[in-house]
Write a protein that binds this ligand. Structure first.
Ligand SMILES: NC(=O)C1=CN([C@@H]2O[C@H](COP(=O)(O)OP(=O)(O)OC[C@H]3O[C@@H](n4cnc5c(N)ncnc54)[C@H](O)[C@@H]3O)[C@@H](O)[C@H]2O)[C@H](O)CC1
Ligand SMILES: [K+]
Length: 511
């Protein structure tokens, strides 16, 4: 699935009307009908009061369609017009007229705070105040209305986008955005649903296909691609019968220092679990015994230094390398990294302390090999690219960095985003339980293990992040969020692979 901008959606809307020979009112009816069905399936004719707040644009028009259909099906509906301006859209007016054919009660006209209705916590609020046409921050009594609705414990369903949120522009004021429990959005999820500053307003959403012109949408460059199960299935490369361990490559995990050897164990284990043929851990001397004891499948090569890495050198040619997990930032390690980067030729993942070393020694950036994968969390990213004004600025700065250094940057977060030049890939698996020590080390191992199996660097990153998140989701089903530890994510990688190809019927039975 792809994320398109508000501008692209307006264009798609126009082309659809021409190509399908329908009116904009008919398209609105199609959209509103589906929102009605969404509610109808869940409410099953229950007589819970439904309060629909309609703005004066087309989002308000959608709200009026939903209101009309609910009334026709015998629901207990209260409609309100949030009369913030006289410039009512054509389709708002068409549906304003139509609703009076099904009810003696006109929608209540709201002009100030005095018109705010009583809403009980068991009621339902439908937010159709503003859609993707929001062009300034809601203010005055309309802002107060949004805040009034936010204070209510009633269930809040937003149509298309929570009011006050721009589809693909930074937030003006978090105090003027509706906090929707659920959003039913048209055609494509909006970029705002995936970025840390705005995603909290749309924590759950369903995408409704309103049949916008496919050929136009296919020809457009999206803002981002969403990675979920169907995409991940396509990425997967099946293992073949007449193969041996060398077919699946040799991973080198360059990690660990005194007190942080667990990072090397976790990354190496994850590389195996994801399917690497061979894994060698390159660690300071103090890690030798630890690695051999905790992961007998791995080979271990130790540095001549007891506690930190002083020279990154091996006498074998790995197919991929992950470097940085728990290595610290000692000067000796910095110069070892410098030397290593200027020589390395194999697919590379740069994580954790090696990212911080790069941030503190920007001259090293020019040595990073093409298509290396950098996996910063937000703190590491800030040190690498400098501060940003908002989430969109962060993405632009990361794209610039990716273009300049010809690298893949994975911005880790609730929705991790892979940045490859100007392209963005938004991951949808994972959960808050994965915010735990070692989770990133596991991810580096996963990506390294895919690289060694000949997944190209972009695919290894995007697929690896998805698998890692899915493993976390599977582990959390048994353990819950709080108890989840990095080792549990690694243990669940096997089930994540199996689940990739579980058919929906089997999934349903299992629930
Ligand atoms: N192609 C589609 O995806 C379809 C979308 N539909 C729905 O239409 C809306 C977008 O409608 P539009 O009329 O362009 O914009 P809005 O309803 O969001 O509101 C615009 C309206 O409000 C004024 N306004 C904007 N910001 C403010 C503000 N802060 N304070 C006061 N007034 C404001 C603005 O000037 C306009 O007058 C989309 O989201 C979908 O819900 C179609 O129904 C189907 C096709
Ligand atoms: K809305």
């Amino acid at each position: 699935m792809k994320i398109f901008s508000a501008e692209q959606l307006y264009e798609a809307d126009k082309i659809t009307l021409e190509k399908q020979q329908i009116t904009s009112a008919e398209l609105m009816e199609r959209a509103g009908e589906q929102v009605f069905q969404w509610l109808h399936q869940r409410l099953n004719a229950a007589q819970v009061p439904i309060h629909i707040f309609c703005g004066i644009g087309n989002n308000g028009g959608d709200g009026l369609v939903v209101g009309r259909l609910l009334i026709q099906h015998g629901y207990n509906v209260h409609t309100y017009v949030v009369n913030c301006s006289d410039k009512r859209s054509k389709n708002f007016l068409i549906n304003y007229d139509k609703i009076k054919n099904v009810s003696k009660k006109w929608p209540a006209l709201m002009k100030s705070e005095a018109d705010f209705p009583q809403i009980n916590s068991e009621d339902i609020i439908v937010d159709a105040i503003f859609g993707i046409g929001l062009n300034r921050c809601p203010d005055g009594w309309v802002k107060k209305l949004i805040q009034y609705l936010n204070e209510s414990n009633a269930y809040k369903l937003a149509i298309d986008i929570p009011s006050g949120l721009y589809a693909n522009m930074p937030l003006d004021n978090a105090e003027a955005v509706l906090k929707a429990n659920f959003t039913v959005t048209f055609q494509t999820p909006k970029m705002a649903f995936f970025l840390p500053e705005t995603a909290k307003f749309a924590p759950n959403f369903d995408v409704i296909d309103i049949g916008l012109d496919e050929s136009y949408l296919n020809s457009e460059e999206p803002l981002a691609q969403i990675i979920s199960k169907p995409q991940a299935q396509k990425f997967y490369k099946p293992r073949e019968k007449f193969t041996h361990k060398n077919t699946y490559g040799h991973v080198a995990i360059v990690a660990g220092s005194y007190g942080k050897m667990g990072a090397a164990v976790l990354s190496s284990t994850a590389a195996f679990r994801v399917g690497a043929g061979l894994v060698t851990a390159y660690v300071p001397k103090c890690g030798y015994q630890i690695l051999q004891n905790s992961l007998p499948e791995a080979m271990v090569v130790s540095d001549k230094n007891e506690t930190i890495l002083s020279e990154i050198k091996f006498d074998f040619e790995p197919n991929s390398i992950a470097i940085g997990m728990g290595i610290g930032k000692d000067e000796i390690t910095v110069s070892a990294l410098k030397h290593f980067l200027s020589e390395v030729k194999v697919p590379l993942i740069i994580d954790a302390d090696s990212l911080n070393i790069l941030s503190e020694n920007k001259k090293l950036l020019k040595h990073i090999p093409k298509n290396a994968v950098l996996t910063p969390h937000p703190g590491e990213l800030k040190r690498l690219i400098g501060p940003w004004k908002n989430d969109y600025d962060k993405l632009e700065k990361t794209k610039k960095f990716s273009n300049k250094h010809k690298v893949i940057v994975l911005i880790k977060g609730s929705y991790s985003i892979t940045v490859y030049g100007d392209k963005l890939y938004v991951n949808t698996s994972g959960n808050p339980g994965m915010a735990t020590a070692g989770s990133g080390d596991a991810l580096s191992g996963v990506i390294a293990g895919l690289l060694s199996q000949n997944y190209d660097p972009l695919l290894a990153t995007v697929f690896g992040v998805y698998l890692h998140g899915l493993a976390g989701d599977i582990a959390a089903q048994d353990l819950g969020y709080e108890a989840l530890m990095a080792g549990d994510i690694i243990d669940a990688i096997s089930q994540a692979y199996l689940e990739l190809f579980t058919k929906p019927e089997e999934e349903e039975k299992g629930q």
